[in-house]
Design a protein around this ligand. Structure first.
Ligand code: SF4
Length: 446
């Protein structure tokens, strides 16, 4: 079995290296000051790779200036250009930063042209030592692939495999392959299919793992941990991003926990499990409330996703911020964590399911506050899938299996979408949540 290693600047990514943690700026890349400051904050928080969106060729210059200033200040964290809808931007960025992320679903509309442009990109990457992430997303697979395989984990794997072959045909191996989705079941299945195919072929390429549009708060953390830990536990995943609709520095402690746990630097605080039929009762002695949440999501996410158990109960003790031992007994906080882990593994829905992008340089409005408002106003819609997306360019494509979407258009306007289709465009932000609720109520009444 050949283990391939990707190298982005001073960072190595492979099955033989420690897990690399990364995040993405949510500043506008053209705002050089704000981007440099945010890069510094996430660097201090532990980011080993920092991604920035590059929505235009003009912003490649901004990216170069951000990199120059960081290097001047002694920060050598590799930068990753996140590129959608333009192979020319990817080619331009490849000579500026250490890694370029492309999305095969929108690299180029025409497949033959995509192959030609990819060969050009590879030439620039070889010349500059730049790595490439072939970054597929469940919601934005190309039309050619979805026509052949549907919008499925198999389609994601087939698309990744096709692009991997293009890399091999171009004798280019400085690559990583990701297959992200917001739905943990889809994401885990897609990665497993790809990994098995790589094993069968005798070549293991590095894999970035993440749950896209996971949301925020406990729910976003638990959903990310359930999806990511399931794969890391199987040896799948060499770099991770915990994608939250929050300040990007908040993602890094969660990612660091996962990296440490699956690099065997820390152990679960689980002290015992009893099984009664298909119900597991878990007992913990956790050093903090947060560790209880993280450990519990890691320990039982995979068991639930793989349907090894159907029910859960949580008991034990955690230490609070003042050093007191707090008992938990299956109710209150313990029951809440069980509900969240069950929902993250898609075994039982006790509230609406939210898909919310983390925001990036394309974000068109105050995403974090709006997401909180949408959650507050839609909390009664148990089981409904509601997406809150930062931009009209990628948002509708990325929200995959959402029932309803709130998508920022820019200039204070919002598109309200049902599935991937807009039902009303150019809605003023101040009216958008009311209208979203009206559409949902009307549909329920029909
Ligand atoms: Fe950025 Fe969100 Fe748009 Fe994705 S959907 S490109 S994260 S603003």
């Amino acid at each position: 079995m050949k283990i391939h290693r990707a190298k982005a600047g001073n960072v190595c990514i492979s099955a033989d290296d420690p897990i690399v943690i990364q995040t993405m700026c949510n500043t506008h890349t053209s705002d050089i000051e704000a981007s440099v400051e945010q890069c510094k904050r996430v660097h201090e928080a532990g980011a080993q790779l920092i991604r920035l969106t590059v929505p235009s060729v003009a912003q490649v210059e901004s990216l170069a200036e951000i990199r120059r200033r960081l290097r001047e200040d002694g920060i050598d964290t590799p930068l990753v250009a996140d590129v959608h809808f333009s192979s020319e931007i990817a080619i331009a960025a490849a000579s500026v930063v250490e890694k370029v992320r492309i999305n095969p679903g929108n690299f180029h509309k025409d497949h033959e042209k995509a192959c030609e442009q990819f060969a050009r990109l590879v030439d620039v990457c070889k010349e500059h030592g730049t790595a490439v992430r072939i970054g597929l997303n469940h919601g934005s697979l190309g039309e050619r692939i979805t026509t052949l395989y549907g919008n499925t984990p198999l389609a994601m794997k087939e698309a990744a495999w096709e692009w991997l072959q293009m890399c091999i045909d171009n004798d280019f191996y400085n690559i990583v392959l990701s297959l992200k989705a917001s739905n943990t079941v889809v994401m885990v299945e897609a990665y497993r299919l790809l990994y098995r195919q790589m094993e069968d072929g005798g070549h293991i390429f590095p894999i970035p793992v993440g749950v896209t549009e996971a949301g925020n708060g406990d729910a976003g953390r638990i959903k990310s941990i359930v999806g990511i830990s399931t794969l890391l536990a199987e040896g799948i995943g060499n770099t991770i991003r915990v994608s939250l609709t929050e300040a990007p520095e908040n993602e890094l402690p969660v990612a660091a926990y996962l990296a440490d746990r699956y690099d065997h630097k820390l152990h679960s605080s689980l002290t015992g499990i009893t099984l009664e039929g298909r119900k597991a009762t878990a007992t913990y002695y956790a050093p903090s409330k947060e560790r209880l949440m993280f450990d519990f999501a890691c320990d039982f996410g995979k068991r639930l996703l793989d349907r090894q158990i159907d029910e859960l109960e949580l008991k034990g003790i955690y230490i609070d911020a003042d050093g007191n031992e707090i008992s938990i007994d299956g109710t209150g906080y313990a029951a809440y964590l069980v509900d969240e882990v069950m929902q993250a593994a898609r075994r039982r829905f006790y509230r609406p399911e939210y898909i919310a992008c983390p925001g990036c340089g394309r974000t068109m409005y105050n995403l974090q506050d709006t997401f909180e408002d949408v959650k507050r106003r839609t909390a009664h819609l148990k089981g409904m899938v509601i997406a809150v997306m930062g931009c009209i360019v990628n948002g509708p494509g990325e929200m995959a299996d959402a029932d309803w979407g709130y998508v920022g258009e820019g200039n204070g306007k919002v598109s309200i979408d049902k599935g991937k289709e807009p039902v009303m465009r150019h809605v003023p932000e101040s009216e958008a949540i009311d209208l979203l609720l009206e559409f949902i109520e009307k549909e329920k009444a029909e």
